[in-house]
Design a protein. Structure first.
Length: 94
C-alpha cells in the first residue's frame, strides 16, 4: 500500500477542545491526502473517564474519514480520539 510520508490530519469535527458537542454524532477526520479505506480498521480509539465507545464501521470519502461511535459518549466529559499513524497507521492512496 502506498504511504505518503507527509500525510497529516488537517481538521476534525468536532473541533479540538469543543464544548457542547453531541455525544452521539460521529467523529470526522479530514486528512491532507485521500485515505486508503482498507487501512482504517482498528486505527481509531476513544478515551476519557467513563468512555466505553469504540469505533463503529468506518466510512471514507476521499480524504475524509467518518468514525461512528459504538455507544453514546458520557456527558460533560473530555474525550480524546487517537488516530494511529506512522508505518502501521492509516495510509494514503497516493
Amino acid at each position: 500500500m502506498p504511504t505518503h510520508a507527509g500525510m497529516t490530519a488537517t481538521s476534525t469535527t468536532p473541533l479540538s477542545g469543543a464544548t457542547g458537542a453531541s455525544t452521539l454524532n460521529p467523529v470526522v477526520v479530514n486528512f491532507s491526502d485521500p485515505v486508503d479505506s482498507t487501512s482504517t480498521t482498528g486505527k481509531f480509539a476513544f478515551s476519557g473517564t467513563g468512555v466505553t465507545a469504540t469505533a463503529g464501521t468506518i466510512a471514507t470519502s476521499g480524504s475524509a474519514v467518518t468514525v461512528p461511535l459504538s455507544a453514546q459518549l458520557p456527558f460533560s466529559t473530555s474525550v480524546t480520539t487517537t488516530v494511529t499513524g506512522g508505518s502501521s497507521g492509516i495510509k494514503s492512496t497516493l
